[in-house]
Design a protein around this ligand. Structure first.
Ligand code: F6P
Length: 534
């Protein structure tokens, strides 16, 4: 296949030119300085900001100059990112280790309402109906079910039980849109952790005959989700609940297991939807219950706006491509091992956790598609917290710590609450932080010195709505894909999560009373003995 013959970033002709440019302009005592860059170029903001409506990204406070940006864009061209993108959009099996197509984008281009956005799709998005033939009908069913739940006064609470991608996307979207005043209908709750404290805290607040449980698991085999689902069902029966099938529905690619559990309905989806990319599929049922059919369609429309931009904008103005190139520049040239995400909106407080899975599960790999060890470092650590809370926690380290950490500020221009004097203060604080990181300050005492020249990106949304949230999350998805593509890795598998799961079985048996096997190491045996003694 065409897209398989792509060079890895460090094996391109442009890579040594990037290395040379980095050494000349970004290393040593005369290294690039943001303050000088702004002093020398009054149009730096215009030059380094990009738009993918409704989003704007300001990269002007990044340690980046135009030659570096041009060389990086050439890198994307030489790595044939566009061919790889088009292969994904055409439904080719780009997830090679699992021999699957990658279909989350396709789920945004079906409609259960008889509309056919696929007819207006960018040329690269092909075969939606043949890649995911069941999707239109399933999406229509799912949205009709969501509307029925919303209209049913007998259901006051809905509990989404799932973990990882079966939790993080729906949880983020519901939290975000609730804070933005866009949700209505029954109360929504999310339970993910196998730690029973989470479920135990929720159950006493529920009434069995008024609660709907949605068990979300692509595989229907994830230990956390099955444990929580079983406990919820036990609780439901113990409360006198009679009709499990009416009060438990499933979202899964494993309909047989969902039925065996007792779920009355199962909204299915295909194997090509990776967990961390799945909120557009029936995994978004909780979102649809929160914002209704029209809201869910607006979420998909926002994501489609970014799909179109990603598919059609030239590489030099393509926002996900340029953000991925910046990530690569920060990681492989500037040597920055982490990135802080600071959303300045209470509704987006879950964004760092969501991005941790999206970025680190996708690109935390050490071999390329051909199984060869990578020579360039892969995924940086994604971390962060909502602002302004983070300012009173770790921003000290961002300003004066020994490590330079690029910060990604996410700002929302308009707020949804009516409390005067809050939002302007919040936005001012975000802008002040990125300015202070860049400018620094000469101090009379060493401890009052701020080195400055510390990089940040600012992403700007006009307001928090289903449409803008859809665009933001699709932007992050495409960026993670492009970064993996440049590194030559498969962003769509996650073999690294398997090993720990396997060990857990043997350890649990030992914890529950079976004699520990000789294969257990001394530390684990010692800790087990202590735990069993309590
Ligand atoms: O943590 C591994 C993982 O497989 C994630 O990739 C996935 O999102 C999560 O577990 C949940 O998986 P499932 O939806 O199959 O329960």
């Amino acid at each position: 296949m065409d897209w398989q013959q792509r060079p890895r970033c460090d094996e391109t002709a442009v890579w040594p030119r990037l290395v040379a440019h980095f050494r000349q302009r970004f290393a040593g005592p005369r290294a690039f300085d943001l303050r000088q860059a702004f002093a020398q170029d009054a149009r730096r903001f215009e030059r380094f900001s990009l738009e993918a409506p409704p989003l704007l990204a300001d990269l002007s406070k990044q340690l980046l100059d135009e030659p570096a940006q041009q060389l990086l864009t050439e890198l994307a061209r030489e790595c044939r990112v566009e061919a790889h993108r088009d292969a994904m959009l055409a439904g080719e099996r780009i997830n090679t280790s699992e021999r699957r197509a990658v279909t989350h984008v396709h789920w945004r281009w079906v409609s259960g309402q008889g509309l056919a956005p696929v007819e207006q799709a960018p040329a690269a998005i092909k075969n939606v109906a043949s890649v995911i033939p069941e999707a239109a009908a399933v999406q229509a069913d799912m949205l009709a079910f969501a509307e029925a739940v919303r209209a049913n006064p007998g259901i006051t609470d809905v509990v989404n039980i799932g973990i990882g991608g079966s939790d993080l996307g729906p949880r983020l979207a519901v939290q975000a849109l609730r804070a933005a005043g866009q949700t209505s209908g029954p109360r929504l709750h999310f339970v993910a952790n196998m730690d029973g404290h989470e479920l135990a805290e929720l159950l006493p607040r529920l009434s069995a005959d008024r609660t709907l449980f949605i068990i979300v698991s692509k595989t229907f085999g994830t230990a956390e989700t099955l444990r929580n689902a079983q406990s919820a069902r036990d609780w439901f029966l113990a409360q006198g609940g009679a009709d499990v099938a009416r009060h438990f529905v499933a979202v899964s690619a494993n309909a047989a297991a969902a039925r065996a559990f007792g779920a009355g309905r199962c909204f299915g989806f295909d194997e090509g939807v990776g967990g961390r990319f799945s909120l557009w599929s029936p995994v978004g049922l909780a979102i649809a219950i929160a914002i209704g059919r029209a809201g869910f369609q607006a979420l998909l429309a926002g994501a489609r706006a970014l799909d179109r931009h990603f598919a059609e904008a030239p590489l030099a103005r393509n926002l996900p491509v340029q953000l991925a190139l910046l990530d690569l520049w920060c990681r492989n040239f500037l040597g920055l091992a982490s990135r802080c995400v600071a959303p300045y909106h209470y509704g987006l407080r879950q964004l760092p956790a969501y991005l941790q899975q999206l970025e680190m599960e996708s690109n935390g790999k050490r071999v390329d598609l051909g199984g060869r060890a990578l020579t360039a470092a892969s995924a940086a650590v994604t971390w962060g917290q909502a602002g302004s809370n983070g300012q009173h926690a770790f921003f000290q380290m961002l300003h004066q710590g020994s490590d330079v950490v690029p910060v990604e500020f996410v700002l929302v221009a308009r707020c949804a609450h009516g409390l005067p004097g809050h939002h302007d203060k919040l936005l001012a604080n975000a802008l002040a932080q990125s300015r202070a990181l860049m400018l620094g300050q000469a101090g009379d005492l060493p401890e009052r010195h701020f080195p400055g020249n510390r990089p940040s990106t600012t992403l700007l949304l006009p307001e928090l709505s289903p449409h803008s949230l859809g665009a933001l999350l699709a932007l992050y998805e495409h960026r993670a894909f492009v970064l993996g593509s440049l590194w030559g890795i498969n962003s769509f598998d996650q073999w690294g999560v398997e090993l720990g799961k396997r060990h857990a079985g043997a350890i649990e048996a030992a914890l529950c009373g079976q004699p520990p096997g000789d294969e257990l190491d001394g530390s684990t045996r010692g800790l087990l003995a202590r735990l069993r003694g309590h």
